[in-house]
Design a protein around this ligand. Sequence first.
Ligand code: F6R
Length: 245
Amino acid sequence: MRIIRARDAADASRKTANIISAQVILKPDCVLGLATGSSPIDTYRQLIRWYEKGDLDFAKTRTVNLDEYVGLSPDHPQSYAYFMNTNFFDHINIDKANTHLPNGLDADAEHQCSNYDALIRGLGGVDLQLLGIGNNGHIGFNEPDEAFIKGTHCVDLTENTIQANSRFFESIDEVPRQAYTMGILDIVQAKRVVMIVTGAHKAQILKDAFEGPVTPKVPASIMQLHPDFTLVADEAALSLMENLG
Ligand code: F6R
């Protein structure tokens, strides 16, 4: 794995945007695997700025997102579809027909999950997957578990995740209890993976994930084995890491 050390969150976002930008320039019809959450927001803002300057063209780019809450429609303000539209897709020249997220309104989990895996395969796989990391080491919504779950699946969110995500909802009762998420194999099969992590509150989990053993109890730890994995993190997030390469 490669560690790119950033001064702060703004620097980490610019560096991450540079990596994504290079991917889009090298392969305009690439498949980007995208994430929601706080971590990538400034990366998307930077990519929008470069698009507005005429430096980037997303006309042929395809995207697949990691996850979506079960039960939320794409126009629900807390759905990940809504997040992606308002934070990124509405501001660039991407064809919305080329942007994909699991359908949170599909109550048939088995159907939705096998469809999503087939969709990713049909697109030829992910060229570059962007990830954040949860406080408990989750990637996508692959929560700590006894085994790595391979394909897209429906998860019961842990209390830790419900608590962390309640900041976006009026009350904790409104946070959906389930989500559809790409599986670990879907993520590991991406040709290149970039994870952005910032802030001192992520320092311990970053150390556990990348200086500890590879274990489904810390799902992000699997990325230690990926042949093209880049961690972009700021000083605060890296503060407990001993081996910075
Ligand atoms: C988002 C996702 C999650 C987040 C993680 C970190 O699509 O899949 O795994 O990347 O929860 O969230 P933030 O960036 O808000 O700390």
